[in-house]
Design a protein around this ligand. Structure first.
Ligand code: 572
Ligand code: ZN
Length: 361
């Protein structure tokens, strides 16, 4: 039999299959990786459930997965930065390197970026996967393969906080306590925010946020009145937040972020909700609240890795469910049902590539 490259392939809406795919051939500047951990992101579930995510539509079978870590199995002829056996985190978006965005450091805006599991690019939920060597980050021994995979969502949170200009002493409001809201909260704390309030519609998520270090939580219910929520935010924080970061994408949370933010502050919109929504624009612009969007991240993987490696951020409690590659369909079902926080798929035996024994705290 040819070598095993079991892969999770999305054919079309609700048609995710485990099947063999060819082991990729590497170019001179690439490495072949034996995959280890692959987390499931909300966008993966969206592709699976609807065959599309935003403007991207699955037209050809696509290997899933973009929150990942692996071990270098083979080096391209020109790769000097890595060795066979290195444990690496994979930054999933590889840009063209030539356009004006790439040349000015904003490579995440490159129109030709190839991002794992975004058509037409395959992802890395497979035994083997090839990637540009300079978008692989060697993990120190004491950083686990799970943490390596979780650097991906953490980097989104770091980018959101940097876009918001979060700095020492800032008061920050985070809307939504799903995985992205939680990593945004962790990033804001690591960047020196003095008070962080996080909101959600589920008390269980707020409990996790509190355990992870949120200063305050606010449960939003279906019949919460907007003006009352704004008042509660100000009451809890003892004033207006300098920066609000919406990690939910719902119209109600985007509105709350704009209404609650201090005059002259910043509202960052991370969540992808409906493409159009009704927001209180006049009040926002006349108070000089800057609305900033984010699109993934750029230049922030090394920051994420150093925050985790120096124990400034602990990502381990985010992983609530573990599955093997063979159990990927069950893993996707658990992620779809929104049970827990982060569902992690282990392509290799759990801990095989973790030289240090880890606990969950
Ligand atoms: O981990 C990166 C990431 N980015 C997301 C969503 C999930 N995970 N984004 C929101 C959706 N856009 S998109 O352009 N798209 C579906 C590719 O609409 C990308 C950024
Ligand atoms: Zn993602």
């Amino acid at each position: 039999m040819a070598q095993d490259n079991l892969s999770a392939v999305l054919y079309k809406t609700k048609d995710l299959r485990l099947e063999q795919t060819p082991i990729p051939e590497i170019a001179d500047d690439e490495v072949l990786l034996r995959m280890d951990c692959v987390g499931i992101c909300g966008s993966d579930v969206h592709y699976w459930q609807s065959g599309a995510c935003g403007p991207f539509v699955v037209k050809e079978p696509m290997i899933m997965g973009h929150e990942a870590s692996g071990v270098v199995a083979k080096l391209g002829a020109k790769v000097k930065s890595l060795k066979v056996g290195d444990r690496v985190a994979i930054e999933p978006g590889v840009p063209c390197r030539c356009c004006e965005f790439c040349k000015t450091g904003r490579y995440h805006l490159c129109p030709d970026i190839m991002f794992c599991a975004t058509p037409p690019a395959h992802g890395n939920l497979a035994r083997y996967y090839k990637h540009a060597a300079d978008f692989c980050y060697k993990l120190p021994d004491h950083v686990s393969m799970e943490e390596g995979a979780l650097l991906e969502p953490l980097t989104v949170g770091i980018h959101a906080c940097r876009r918001g200009g979060v700095a020492a002493g800032d008061v920050v409001l985070v809307l939504g306590a799903g995985p992205i809201g939680l990593v945004t909260m962790l990033a804001a704390k690591a960047m020196g925010a003095s008070k962080i309030l996080i909101t959600d519609i589920l008390q269980a998520r707020l409990d996790v946020a509190k355990e992870l270090g949120a200063d305050y939580t606010l449960l939003v219910t279906r019949d919460s009145q907007e003006a009352e929520l704004v008042r509660k935010v100000h009451e809890i924080l003892g004033g207006h937040p300098d920066i609000s970061i919406d990690a939910s994408g719902a119209q109600s949370t985007v509105r709350l972020s704009l209404l609650a933010t201090k005059s002259g502050g910043v509202a960052v919109l991370v969540g992808m909700g409906s493409p159009e929504m009704t927001v209180p624009l006049a009040g926002t612009v006349t108070r000089e609240v800057d609305i900033r969007g984010i699109f993934r991240y750029a230049n922030e993987y090394p920051i994420a890795l150093s925050l985790v490696a120096s124990n400034k951020i602990n990502l381990k409690p985010l992983v609530t469910h573990h599955f093997s590659l063979e159990e990927s369909l069950e893993a996707y079902e658990v992620a779809r049902r929104g049970l827990g926080i982060k569902v992690m798929i282990h392509v290799q035996d759990r801990d095989r590539n973790n030289p240090v024994k880890f606990t969950n705290c």
